[in-house]
Design a binder for this molecule. Structure first.
Ligand code: HEM
Length: 463
């Protein structure tokens, strides 16, 4: 009977500290020694089945997903601060909410969101170009991409109802809460300190402040009596199949908070890593530019143009293969199970190591190389399902996957055409795997206005 090796504590314990600092590297190293799946005591305590085996991953996330639930860390711990929305919900409640919200991310809704996204992009690009004219210092593109992604999600939800001050206020609150939650998850043994020092109470209060802010924004919409083509409108209009009732306001607020949390840092990471890779591969950047010039020579792409930007899509996919923003996830077995003869006892924590799968030589030749051609049409046919899974898979597949792809295409199209960028050579860029895979010290670049390409700004006015 095949078995999955367990890394002895005397091997994994010394690696624990390293693991806390750079888990991606530590977990990848174990694959070389122990194979594609192994048990390790995470934090020295929780025995976890780390896996890069697409068959096992597909089994857990799709084929037998009913037997697996997200761990309490992904649900209950996060829910204390961020609410019980799709990402942190489980069981029948999750399914009911997913059915309700899914239509909001269908194609026809996304068409309306293109305009909103492009509006944010025009505004932010003008600010970036104005700033780079005023200074020739190297700038960190990571906060810029966070800003793009945050504003895009905010406007996709609230359109014009959220003003500049509310945006900033909300952004600050979410950032502070997220930074704290990461600490509470990664340093569980300091829980008493968080409690005694008042940090926990403080952040619970900040979480309450975000709830209050959302309540005000929703009320503003109700009072205005206006209908808008945005995600809030969709959430307000949606009705449960069984009762015909709308969501209650507390649930609505939780769902909105979760869309923010799930939807902005992930996209910002992917955008930043893509710029980083493009800055190192001029031939790829030139191909992206050539494609844009061929498809939309004199304006920004609209919804129908996006599918023609196939090379840009390949670039984004290859970037998410190398730097998957969601680099790991987990599921807990609800009952004893078996996959290809391997027993998975009840209570086992299975962690699909997304980064690890994306870097396995078995599926990706020279996996550390950036080669968008890997994603050319037709080249993926021999790849097993779940060998590429930046958005997860199965019924809990990222609900915002098309939203995110569209957003990344639009932002990159604008950035690559309007700005010439090159890496500051005096820096070491590395990944910092917190909940998402961020650049550890940001990514410094010298930016210059790309004067060679003109006539592509002001998207909305040209349509
Ligand atoms: C590049 C960008 C993104 C990446 C890489 C990404 C990745 C993921 C992954 C891997 C999951 C599944 C986690 C699991 O099954 O354990 C997920 C779930 C989710 N994502 Fe995304 N995401 C991105 C952007 C977005 C955006 C833009 C939104 C919303 C506007 C969003 C909303 C969600 C939600 C609500 C879930 C939970 C779905 C459920 O469990 O039903 N994501 N995402």
């Amino acid at each position: 009977m095949p078995t999955i090796p367990t890394i002895p504590r005397y091997v994994s314990l010394p690696a624990v500290l390293k693991m806390a600092h750079d888990p991606v590297h530590a977990l990848s190293k174990f694959i070389d020694q122990y194979g594609p799946s192994y048990y390790v005591y995470v934090g020295g305590v929780v025995k976890t089945l780390i896996t890069t085996d697409p068959v096992l991953i597909q089994h857990v996330m799709q084929r037998n997903h009913r037997n697996y639930e997200k761990s309490a860390m992904q649900t209950d711990v996060l829910a204390q601060y961020l609410g019980r929305g799709l990402l942190t919900n489980t069981g029948s409640d999750w399914l009911r909410q997913r059915r309700l919200i899914q239509p909001g991310f269908h194609r026809e809704r996304l068409v309306a969101l293109t305009e909103i996204m492009q509006g944010v992009i025009d505004q932010e690009m003008s600010a970036i170009v104005a700033e780079l004219k005023a200074s020739d210092q190297a700038v960190d593109v990571y906060p810029k991409m966070l800003n793009f992604a945050f504003r895009i999600v905010a406007k996709a939800i609230y359109s014009e109802d959220i003003d500049e001050m509310e945006l900033r206020n909300f952004g600050d609150l979410i950032t502070k809460i997220q930074e704290y939650v990461i600490k509470e998850i990664r340093l569980p043994f300091l829980y008493w300190y968080f409690q005694l020092s008042g940090k926990r109470a403080l952040h619970l209060q900040l979480a309450q402040d975000t709830i209050d802010l959302q309540r005000q924004l929703i009320q503003k919409r109700r009072d205005s009596g206006q209908r808008r083509d945005d995600l809030l409108q969709m959430l307000l209009d949606s009705r449960y199949e069984d009762t015909g009732e709308p969501m209650d306001e507390n649930q609505l607020i939780d769902e909105i908070a979760i869309l923010f949390v799930a939807g902005y840092e992930t996209s910002a990471n992917a955008l930043s890593w893509t710029l980083y890779l493009l800055a190192q591969h001029d031939e790829v950047r030139q191909k992206v530019l050539a494609e844009l010039q061929a498809v939309v020579p004199d304006r920004p792409p609209g919804f129908d143009d996006l599918r023609q930007l196939s090379y840009l899509t390949q670039v984004i996919n290859e970037s998410m293969r190398l730097y998957p923003p969601a680099w790991i996830t987990d599921r807990v077995a609800l009952a004893d199970d078996e996959v290809a003869g391997v027993p998975i006892p009840k209570g086992t924590v299975v962690a699909p190591f997304i980064y690890g799968v994306h870097h396995r030589e078995t599926f990706w030749e020279e996996p550390e190389q950036f080669r968008p051609e890997r994603f050319a049409p037709g080249t993926q046919k021999d790849l097993p399902a779940f060998a590429f899974m930046p958005f997860g898979g199965g019924p809990r597949l990222c609900i915002g996957n098309s939203f995110a792809m569209m957003e990344m295409q639009l932002v990159l199209a604008a950035f690559v055409r309007q700005v010439d960028f090159r890496l500051d050579p005096d820096q070491v860029v590395s990944a910092r795997p917190l909940i998402t895979l961020r650049p550890r010290h940001g990514i410094l670049m010298y930016l210059h206005e790309n004067k060679a390409i003109t006539g592509i700004k002001g998207a909305n006015s040209e349509k």
